[in-house]
Design a protein around this ligand. Sequence first.
Ligand SMILES: NC(=O)c1ccc[n+]([C@@H]2O[C@H](COP(=O)([O-])OP(=O)(O)OC[C@H]3O[C@@H](n4cnc5c(N)ncnc54)[C@H](OP(=O)(O)O)[C@@H]3O)[C@@H](O)[C@H]2O)c1
Length: 306
Amino acid sequence: MYTLVMTGATRGIGRVAIEEILRTDPDLHVVALVRAHGRTEFTEALAEFEQRTTILDADLASIGSIRAATAEITRALEDGALPPLRGIAANAGLQFVDALHETTDGFETTFAVNVLANHLLLRGLESHLRAPSRIVITVSDTHFGDFRHTGGMVPAPRWAAPSTLSRPGAFENPATVAAGRTAYSTSKLAAIYLVHEWARRLPDGQDIVSYNPSLVPGTGLARAASARDRFVNRWLLPALAITPIVDRAPAAGRKLADAILGRTPAPSGAYIDRTRMVPSSDESYDADREHELWDFLDEQFTRSIA
Ligand SMILES: NC(=O)c1ccc[n+]([C@@H]2O[C@H](COP(=O)([O-])OP(=O)(O)OC[C@H]3O[C@@H](n4cnc5c(N)ncnc54)[C@H](OP(=O)(O)O)[C@@H]3O)[C@@H](O)[C@H]2O)c1
């Protein structure tokens, strides 16, 4: 038996993935980090796998909540209440219609959940990871910023110093949908930088990869969007699932499960586009930005344990 820690498993792509991995890998124990509001429904939905799931409350927008969850997992791993840790799937993510949401710690929420939370989770658990292991961070092809990958729906990322990106109002006209979506594409670019930097630092046998699900309409990701955009997302975009640019949640979730279980081969640091390894954008390979981001995020980790 081994343990996989997973975020973003309560709905959408992650819900499909957790059910798929529990169904197809009987050696797996999953620790799912969930927000309190979704816990009851989620626990009931996974009842058949009760013996192989541990469900912990964690709001990834809160540094204290992430710390509490990683401390609890650490205790259970040390006590032998959980089998060895061999995987982390950081799938949680969100998108707003502005770039002004702020966490109780003072960070812009898109950055806090899509970037900072992943680093804090990995830092909190890395000393308990046992090789062979695989970490998967769900990113997005919106980080390319071109029409081919976004259909014009999401603006290109706009990089700046992490100390700026991490705060509300980092993007022009921060109260607009464009700013919210720019914060999203930029956060996914940052998540790829983070994967590259972690890949440099992890020991042999401990791999980390990015997973891009492509455009997956009908999940909860667009829940903050306008009624018109939600209508398009729910009823019109799914029709594009017959094209190669769109997947439905069941297909995207199964592909995420394959990435998590290592059924999709890819070396550490790689970008998995649904089922195969491809290069991410040219902009996403930048060692200086990767170091700078790591230093900034690690400073937040160090403060959180001080
Ligand atoms: N759908 C797409 O087109 C698309 C495309 C590219 C990449 N992605 C990425 O795929 C991943 C899954 O997205 P999805 O489309 O399946 O969206 P979704 O249905 O909204 O699922 C998002 C997941 O993240 C969790 N989450 C969000 N904020 C959280 C917080 N503060 N604390 C704890 N958990 C939190 C949600 O939990 P709750 O149930 O509590 O809200 C949910 O489990 C995300 O990283 C997203 O950016 C999606």
